[in-house]
Structure formats: structure tokens, C-alpha cells
Design a protein around this ligand. Structure first.
Ligand code: TYD
Length: 144
């Protein structure tokens, strides 16, 4: 029997709720609205030196919604068969990343903040950090 095999077509950009205000806008993310998972952890990357790359791993079960809360960066998504690059450069767009996707985050602008909402607490066992292991994992899951 084939198991669910995730691909990059399931990783989409969603437009988040935005309240316009000349004195400063507000964007809201809450459970049940914008992402198909319950948020259990929030973390953010900041003070990223220009030229640094982050990510470089996949998750087995974790869902994430990634927002450029400030500045911009590019997210490279790879499902072993196909790749796509999503530029995030507005705080009211969120990129849904489903489990089983290799991701890298590159081209951070100066002062960029990468805000991540995740479906679970930090678990090192959920990471696949080696690309060859990721390829094997995808082959194994798609053949079952
Ligand atoms: P990691 O997820 O590898 O960062 P990136 O892929 O963006 O470069 O995390 C870097 C380090 O931070 C690693 O030692 C694990 C630790 N960490 C936590 O302890 N808790 C967390 O929620 C996250 C995201 C990372």
C-alpha cells in the first residue's frame, strides 16, 4: 500500500489577514484560519549575516508556516523530484511547508526576520539533515 507522499505542489503561499492602518498595519495568524495544523511552537531567525544559508534539512512530521516578518529571503523547496524557489518579502504572506520536503533558506536581506510557526515542539528525531538520507527516505516512503 502506498503511503502519503508529499510534494512541493502542497507547499503554497497563503495571504494572511491584514488590517490596514496608516499608523501601522497588523497581520494576524491564529489556529484554524491560515494553516492546516495547530501551532505548537513559534521561533524566528534574525541577525542572519548576509550570505548565510539556513535550513538544509527536511522534517518527517512537522508542518511549518514561514513568514518574512521583516525583509526578505528565498525558500528553496525540494521533494526529490522537483524544486521550486519562493521569495518571501511581505509580512502578510505565509509559506506552508508540509512534511517530507527538503528546504533551504537563502538570500537573506539585511535585518530580515524569518518567523516560523510549527506544528510541534522541537524534536531532533524529526529532522533529516543529510541529503542522501532524504533521498533514501523519499524513495522508501513512495515505494511502500
Ligand atoms: P536548525 O533547525 O538546524 O536551524 P536552521 O536549519 O535554520 O539552520 O537549528 C539550529 C540549532 O538550534 C540546533 O542546534 C537546534 C536548535 N533549535 C532548538 O533547540 N529549538 C528549536 O525550536 C529550533 C528551531 C532549533
Amino acid at each position: 500500500m502506498k503511503r502519503f507522499v508529499s510534494d512541493i505542489h502542497s507547499c503554497n503561499v497563503v495571504e494572511l489577514t491584514k488590517i490596514h492602518n496608516p499608523a501601522g498595519n497588523i497581520t494576524i495568524i491564529q489556529n484554524g484560519n491560515d494553516q492546516p495544523f495547530k501551532i505548537r511552537r513559534i521561533y524566528y531567525l534574525y541577525d542572519v549575516p548576509g550570505g548565510s544559508d539556513r535550513g538544509g534539512h527536511a522534517h518527517k512530521k512537522l508542518y511549518q508556516l514561514i513568514v518574512a516578518a521583516s525583509g526578505s529571503f528565498d525558500v528553496i523547496l525540494d521533494d526529490r523530484r522537483n524544486k521550486k524557489i519562493i521569495q518571501l518579502n511581505r509580512p502578510y504572506f505565509g509559506l506552508l511547508v508540509v512534511p517530507g520536503i527538503w528546504r533551504e533558506i537563502v538570500n537573506f536581506s539585511s535585518g530580515a526576520i524569518c518567523l516560523v510557526m510549527a506544528s510541534d515542539k522541537y524534536d531532533p528525531e524529526d529532522y533529516i539533515r543529510d541529503y542522501a538520507d532524504f533521498q533514501k527516505y523519499k524513495d522508501d516512503t513512495s515505494n511502500r
